[in-house]
Structure formats: structure tokens, C-alpha cells
Design a protein around this ligand. Structure first.
Ligand code: ADP
Ligand code: MG
Length: 231
């Protein structure tokens, strides 16, 4: 489904936030590397999707009322068989119902489990003065506690992407520390530029978050995605 239709459908349902499945689909169509996710409304559906994608997989709650899926008990990483998918589905539903009993639930998003990489965050938000602004940082405590992030105004030039990556204090982590693999900086630069082009081409996008992106020695992949559109 083209992005315009995905957005129209969300709006007609009174939603400004695209689901993870919708967000990843439109990003994938724009050539941005994501762990594609499929909707499964029952455990049986989830197993069918997992069988098709291949194990291990990740299951995540799909609800228009839940933004922080892990906090709601809504993420299971690594189910490695049909039985484990069935158990994970039941555990997610039980956890979410006890923590957010009023949330509307559409099922789960099923996706392949990606190998662990260095977690980074790429985002776009709109500044009242400057318009769309791209953000880059390392994941986890680096962004949440240390606010170690870099910003650039859209549209970005290649050197903006290069500089953003290098100006965060955590940059040495991306160069590889304590025997950890260095991150593929060229692929990260390419990803930042692609996202900048994507939001420039779609001014109806108000906010975009890839949190996290896994960066590897070779390549990068966004494993969570969230897009907010204007009304
Ligand atoms: P939320 O941010 O809403 O809590 P995420 O989709 O970011 O949920 O998932 C939580 C964590 O699970 C991620 O930070 C990541 O470490 C891990 N994760 C999510 N999707 C995948 C995936 N496809 N492969 C491997 N790990 C994943
Ligand atoms: Mg996330």
C-alpha cells in the first residue's frame, strides 16, 4: 500500500500515529532498512507468520494506545519455535491486560529477530522555528540519561550526517571499544541521509523515531519504528 493510502487510512480511523507495522512498511518502501513486521491477531496467526519468516522471531503488542511496548510487558525477543511463539503471545496478552486494561489490542507484530548490534537512535521532530530537524544518538542511557545527541536541520548534506555521528560524546563506542566490533559508519550516514530525504519528501510527517537501530560491522537495521503524521 502506498504511503498516501497508509496515512489516509490512519487518519480515517482517527489516528495520527502509524503502527509499527505501517511505519516499517512505508520506510521499507523508501529503501530504508527495517526489520519488517507483520500483523497477527491470534496466536495461530503469529505462528503462521513466524513459520514463514523463520525463527527466532520477536513479538510485540500492537495497540494504538501503547507507545512504550516494553514498559507494558508487550515485547518478547527470541521465541524460537511454534510453541514458544504461542507462549509468548499468551504472556504478552496477559501482561498488557494487567498493566493497561483499557488499551485496545489489535494483536501482535511478528518480525525476525535481528542479531544484536550497537544500538543507536535516529529521529526527526519539527521545530517551530527551524522546521524538520534530524536527531542522532546512541541508544539506552546515552540518550535517556546523558542526552548525548546531535541535531541538524533538514535537508541534510552528506557532511552533516558525517559530523552528527562524530560529534556525540559516545562516538568512541561506534569506533569499537573493548573488543566490540566497530559500527558501519558509512551505512549509518546513509541511513541518516535517507531518513532526511524521506521526511523532506513527506511534509505530512510530523515526527519519526527509529529507536533502536542496530549498527553492525557491515550494515544497519531499524528494529523499532514510529511515525506520527499531521491531521
Ligand atoms: P519499545 O521501544 O516500544 O519498548 P521496541 O520495539 O524498541 O519496543 O523493542 C524493545 C527492545 O527489543 C529493543 O530496544 C531491542 O533491543 C529489542 N528488539 C526489538 N525488535 C527487535 C528485533 N526485530 N530483533 C532483535 N531485537 C529487537
Ligand atoms: Mg523502541
Amino acid at each position: 500500500m502506498p504511503i498516501s493510502e497508509v496515512i489516509d487510512r490512519a487518519r480515517s480511523q482517527g489516528r495520527a500515529v502509524l503502527t509499527e507495522v505501517e511505519s516499517k512498511q512505508v520506510l521499507h518502501d523508501a529503501g530504508i532498512p527495517v526489520a519488517m513486521a507483520e500483523v497477527a491477531s491470534t496466536a495461530v496467526d503469529a505462528i503462521a507468520v513466524a513459520d514463514r519468516l523463520g525463527y527466532p522471531v520477536v513479538l510485540k503488542i500492537l495497540s494504538p494506545d501503547i507507545a512504550h511496548k516494553s514498559d507494558a510487558g508487550g515485547v518478547k525477543v527470541g521465541p524460537n519455535s511454534a510453541q514458544e511463539v504461542q507462549d509468548a503471545f499468551a504472556e504478552i496478552m496477559a501482561a498488557v491486560k494487567s498493566r493497561q486494561p483499557d488499551a485496545r489490542i489489535e494483536g501482535v507484530a511478528v518480525q525476525k529477530m535481528a542479531a544484536t548490534g550497537t544500538e543507536v537512535i535516529i529521529g526527526m521532530s519539527k521545530d517551530p522555528q527551524f522546521g524538520p530537524v534530524m536527531m542522532f544518538g546512541l541508544g539506552g542511557i546515552f540518550v535517556e540519561v546523558l542526552k548525548d545527541v546531535a541535531f541538524r536541520i533538514v535537508p541534510l548534506e552528506p557532511r552533516d550526517a558525517r559530523e552528527m555521528i562524530r560529534e556525540i560524546k559516545g562516538f568512541p563506542v561506534l569506533e569499537g571499544v573493548r573488543g566490540q566490533d566497530p559500527a558501519d559508519l558509512e551505512a549509518l550516514e546513509g541511513l541518516i541521509l535517507k531518513v532526511s530525504e524521506f521526511v523532506e519528501a513527506h511534509p505530512e510527517i510530523e515526527e519519526l523515531d527509529l529507536n533502536p537501530v542496530f549498527a553492525y560491522k557491515d550494515g544497519v537495521i531499524a528494529v523499532d519504528a514510529r511515525i506520527v503524521v499531521g491531521s
